[in-house]
Every structure is written in C-alpha cells, then in structure tokens.
Design a binder for this molecule. Structure first.
Ligand SMILES: NC(=O)c1ccc[n+]([C@@H]2O[C@H](COP(=O)([O-])OP(=O)(O)OC[C@H]3O[C@@H](n4cnc5c(N)ncnc54)[C@H](O)[C@@H]3O)[C@@H](O)[C@H]2O)c1
Length: 332
C-alpha cells in the first residue's frame, strides 16, 4: 500500500516514525514549504517525492492512504479531496471544526469507495482501555477529568493558525483537551446535555479563543462528567481521569490507573513509540489498527461520525455560556 502525508510540522514526525516502524511504503509528502518537507525527510532518513500542492500529490502519487497532519481548518477540504479520489484518509484530530464541514465530509464519504479514520490515539492506551472496560463491567456513575497543561505566548505565535478561532476552531478544548473529552464519551456513551463556560485567563491579546474551560456533561445512561481544562497551568501536569463505578473509583494519572485504595490496577506497557509524553504514545497502535482494518475490511472504530461526537460537545460548550444545552447525537 502506498502512503502519503500532507503537512510536515510537529505531528508529522510521529506519523513518519510510525510509518517507518510499521514498514509502510511512504511515496510522497506535501507541505506549503518545500524546505520544511525536505528537512522532515532528512531528519528521519527517508525518501519520498515532495509536493507543495496536495491535490497534485493525490493525482500524481496516487497513494492508497493519505495522513492529514495540517491545521484544523484544512482537515475537511483535504479529506474531501482524498475521498473524492477514493483515497483512504487518516486525519489528525479534530476531524473538522464546524457542522457544515462535517456534513460536507459525510457527503463525500457516502460517494467514496475509501475509508476515513481519525487520530484519537489515546483510546489505544492500556490505562484507558481498562477504564472503559471497568465502566462497562461495574456500571459507570461518572467521570471527573482534568487537563492542566501549559502553553505560552510563543507556542501560539509559532504558527499562523493556533490561537485563532477561524483556523483552530477553538482553544484548549478543540486542540488539547479534545482527546480526554473523546475518552470520556467513549467510556460513558451518549451525551444528552452540556453546561459550561470558557474563558481566556492568561493570553488576552494573543489568542482569540479560550485557554480555560469547565463543563458538566449529562449522559443518556444517567452518568455525569465534570471536566476542567486549561493551557494556563504552570507546567504540563498529566491528565487526570477519575472514573466512579457502582463498585469503586479508578483514577488514571500518568502511566497508571489506581483504585480507591491507591493500589495500581494497570500500567501502560505499550512503550515502543514515540511521541511527546503528554500526547500519549498511542499513534503506533492506532495507525497499525487503521491499516489492518483496510486490509481485512474490518470497520475502523474511530470513523468520521464517532470522531465528530467530541467536536459536537465542544461546539455545544461554546454556545452554552453557563446555560444547559441539549444535544442529540443520534443522527450523526
Ligand atoms: N494526535 C495528537 O496527539 C496530536 C498532537 C499534535 C498535533 N496534532 C494535530 O496535528 C495537526 C497538525 O498539528 P501540528 O502541531 O503538527 O501543526 P504544525 O503547524 O506544526 O504543522 C502543520 C503543517 O501543515 C502545513 N500546511 C498548512 N497548510 C497546508 C497546505 N494547504 N498544504 C500543505 N501543507 C500545509 C504547514 O506548513 C505546517 O508545516 C493538527 O490537527 C493538530 O491538532 C495531533
């Protein structure tokens, strides 16, 4: 199978590491900056044809799979361009940033022979798999989650798309905490209402979106989730996910899950790749699963609609302003 990448920035490094690790056939990469694309190949000691126009790359290189590693606002148009050419898509999160983009991807997907998946790699970590299993086995009452991370002015000013609602789609929730929100939805099921607030606590004048968010999510099952996320923390503190079931309480922190007594329930052992700690080292397992699904015809678990659930909750949060917003995700 021939593989290509669009976007040669930070996360593309992880995708190339994984592509090398899995022995996939990287035939082409694309970035607006030829120098950046060339530097990425050089850094990883691989060769591929370099393009600066992604549609030209799709037409000429004809990959079987394209990895989309570009800014949020471009995910939809690039995914659609690939789907229209029957090229399978593995897109970085978020799948898109508006209902209109979502509808356009779904329409393209409907007429395509190709498959699209989205990178929520933390679903593949043992700690999160264990929490989800415990939620199902013991009956989940709810989750408290916190994403206390640190992003300064330089982080936002280092690209032309972060920190801007038009291109990022939102702040800490749409970019960083979307992973943890996705996990909470994956563990607790169908959300029916969201109440919350967003604020810009430390980067007024630098970003036009939230650096901090708190939300309360009600689920069809009766479970609840409380969520706090910020990029105004003093350091990148590990994500906390605390699951209360009918029998116990389990807290994932860093690489481990602890029960109420403080005993370790599970440790992440999947250490063979390859990302910044706080991203979670699940890309290898997710990408492997995506390609296995393509080969076997099995359905990849994180498709467009599944990935859009977290975006829907975030967009509802942005509308909330402290008021309860009802959700109906049954028709996604
Ligand atoms: N899954 C994760 O844990 C994780 C971690 C980091 C980033 N990401 C996601 O990866 C994506 C990229 O993030 P990043 O931090 O690598 O961004 P980045 O700014 O470092 O890289 C983006 C690259 O895309 C290129 N680009 C932009 N428009 C293009 C176009 N039209 N054609 C070709 N190339 C184009 C830019 O030149 C840049 O090199 C985002 O969606 C982000 O949310 C995911």
């Amino acid at each position: 199978m021939k593989t290509a990448i669009i976007g040669c920035g930070a996360i593309a490094n992880t995708h190339i590491d994984v592509i090398k690790h899995l022995g996939l056939n990287l035939v082409a990469i694309c970035d607006l900056s030829e120098d950046k694309a060339s530097a990425l190949l050089g850094k990883h000691g691989v060769t591929a044809t370099i393009y600066t126009d992604y549609e030209k790359m799709l037409d000429e290189a004809k990959p079987d799979v394209v990895h989309i590693c570009t800014p949020h606002w471009e995910h939809a148009k690039m995914s659609i361009a690939a789907l229209e050419r029957n090229i399978n898509v593995l897109c970085e999160k978020p799948v898109c940033i508006s209902p209109e983009q979502y509808a356009a991807i779904k329409a393209a997907e409907k007429h395509s022979a190709a498959v699209m998946g989205v990178c929520f790699q933390n679903r593949y970590l043992e700690t999160n798999e264990k929490l989800r299993a415990l939620a199902a086995e013991e009956g989940a009452k709810g989750i408290f989650a916190a994403v206390p991370w640190s992003r300064d002015e330089n982080y936002y000013l280092s690209t032309d798309w972060r920190g801007r609602k038009a291109t990022e789609g939102g702040g800490v929730m749409m970019n960083q905490a979307i992973h943890t929100l996705d996990l909470a939805l994956w563990m607790l099921g169908n959300p029916v209402a969201v109440t919350g607030t967003v604020t810009n606590n430390h980067l007024v004048g630098t970003i036009d979106e939230e650096d901090t968010a708190e939300l309360y999510i009600e689920f069809e099952s009766g479970a609840k989730a409380n969520f706090y996320a910020t990029t105004a923390a003093v350091s990148d503190t590990p994500v906390i996910i605390s699951l209360t079931t009918k029998s116990d309480r389990y807290t994932a922190f860093g690489n481990k899950v602890f029960d109420r007594a403080g005993d370790t329930v599970v440790v992440n052992e999947k250490t063979d790749i390859i990302a910044k700690d706080y991203w979670g080292n699940g890309h290898l397992h997710l990408v492997r699963d995506f390609y296995d699904c393509l080969k076997s015809g099995r359905k990849f678990p994180i498709g467009v609609s599944e990935a859009y659930r977290a975006v829907s909750v975030i967009l509802a949060l942005y509308r909330s302003c402290g008021k309860r917003v009802e959700l109906d995700l049954s028709k996604l």
